[in-house]
Design a protein around this ligand. Structure first.
Ligand code: SF4
Length: 461
């Protein structure tokens, strides 16, 4: 039998959520722009908790400004806070771009963000001059955090950046890549693949350097306020002239769809290139949009992954059951990859409620030939209860599942966001063939550590 067994949550309350609120995804996206500042229009905590979450995952400081709304703003609105906040950020930090990110409070108050930005620009022009003011792009990003997840906030931010900044001119023969909420190691792997195929890319947006920066205090003209790297505003402008856009996540590809609708830039949505099939599809998409051939070097990398699978899958991994939880794209990609490894993706769980998720898991179930228990819009408590009656050999997901793993005595392979109780995970890719090799090593070492005798290196009974 091969199908999806959809398990509904039996309560409305969320216990141990598998998601955070929309602004986090928008702050992540804006951080990937060179000399950009995320300005959160909300209360202090809306930025503090995100700075804390990002910093403990990436082990880098994250610079996020906030308009610091208090009780009076709830009654009178946050007009003055936003206008003064924008001017402070513009004058002190001289950014290339400010992303104005809304929150629960500013959305519920109904603040006129676009009107406030207009007023702020007018006042700013009187202080620093028209020309300097025009050089700073100010993009409103609506992230009503009482609905959906951080991934939707990321999607809204990338779409807003494209809608406000992209401008058609001459074709540039580049490929736009919307990477989704991945790690610096993943973006570097995607750029490595593009390099091997001799394709120039525009990453919308590129957090690889901002969230994994060299410590060289005087090495860049961007210091002290900005980290090295990131997508430039000029590149975002130019994204309207690209040969195509590949969104590595179909669940957050509205920016790509917008480029297609407005500027006829062809789009390919997903899948995230985790594992063999998905990476093959990514390469097919690149070839389709650019006409560039897959090179021998890439085929060698594919061969190394297949070699690892041949060496390790049947010996250590075959038939081991897995529960996978996290963001929809990564969860679906991992389910397919563990299936490719001969393991059984027994449970997949996401905190998001995307409609396409269940059919996507259905395809994996069909390919793998197993029944997959699936939870959509779920939380970690749901998984905890499930595991009591349906234990698995391995958990795959974020650090948020660590206590469940400990209690249930099931080893946990940490991937996704956030990973804060181990170091270095953000540096290594899980995408591309190289990412597949990294994953298979991680999974196999976890199995060896937990299911094999230490002395004789035999399977424990
Ligand atoms: S849920 Fe609302 S109040 Fe809480 S951090 Fe997110 S935006 Fe701020």
């Amino acid at each position: 039998m091969s199908c999806v067994n959809l398990i509904e949550k039996e309560r409305n309350a969320i216990i141990n959520p598998l998601k955070t609120c929309q602004p986090l995804g928008a702050m992540y996206a804006v951080t990937g722009i060179r000399r950009a500042v995320p300005l959160v229009h909300g209360s202090q905590g809306c930025s503090t908790f995100v700075r804390y979450s990002l910093s403990r995952h990436f082990r880098e400081p994250s610079e996020i400004a906030v308009t610091s709304l208090h009780e009076d703003a709830a009654v009178f609105g946050g007009r003055r806070n936003l206008i003064e906040g924008l001017q402070n950020v513009a004058i002190r930090l001289n950014p290339s771009l400010i992303g104005v990110i809304t929150t629960c409070s500013s959305e519920i108050i109904g603040d006129d963000i676009i009107g406030f930005i207009k007023t702020a620009k007018k006042e700013l022009a009187e202080k620093i001059g028209e020309e300097k003011t025009e050089k700073i792009k100010i993009v409103p990003i609506n992230t009503p955090s009482f609905v959906e997840t951080h991934l939707k906030g990321y999607d809204n931010a990338v779409k807003a950046l494209i809608d406000h900044i992209a401008e058609p001119s001459e074709p540039n023969e580049k490929i736009n890549i919307i990477p989704g909420m991945v790690n610096p190691g993943d973006i570097r792997e995607i750029k490595h693949i593009l390099g091997l195929m001799d394709i120039e890319g525009i990453v919308l947006t590129d957090i690889s350097d901002p969230f994994d920066s060299p410590l060289r205090p005087s090495a860049t003209e961007l210091k002290p306020y900005y980290p090295k790297g990131g997508t430039t505003v000029e590149e975002i402008v130019d994204s309207a002239n690209s040969t195509g856009t590949i969104s590595l996540t179909k669940y957050a590809g509205s920016g790509a769809v917008s480029l297609e609708k407005k500027y006829n830039v062809p789009v390919e949505l997903g899948p995230i290139p985790i594992g063999v099939q998905n990476t093959d599809q990514f390469l097919r998409n690149l070839k389709k949009l650019t006409g560039q051939d897959v090179t021998d070097d890439i085929l060698d990398e594919r061969g190394l992954l297949i070699d690892s699978m041949a060496d390790l899958s049947s010996r250590y991994l075959h038939d081991r059951t897995v529960a996978i939880y996290g963001d929809p794209e990564i969860t679906a990609g991992m389910a397919r990859f563990v299936g490719e490894l001969g393991m059984v993706p027994q449970l997949v769980l996401t905190g998001a409620s995307n409609k396409e998720f269940v059919p996507d898991i259905g395809k994996v179930a069909k390919e793998t030939g197993v029944e997959i228990d699936t939870m959509v819009g779920g939380d970690l408590r749901q998984m905890e209860v499930y595991l009591k009656d349906n234990p698995v050999d391995l958990l795959i997901g974020s650090s948020d599942g660590r206590l469940i793993a400990k209690e249930a005595e099931i080893p946990l392979v940490r991937i996704g966001f956030p990973v804060y109780d181990r170091v270095g995970y953000h540096r290594h890719p899980i995408v591309g063939y190289n990412g597949g090799i990294h994953l298979i090593d991680l999974i196999t070492n976890t199995v060896l550590e937990n299911y094999y005798e230490h002395q004789h290196w035999k399977l424990q009974q």
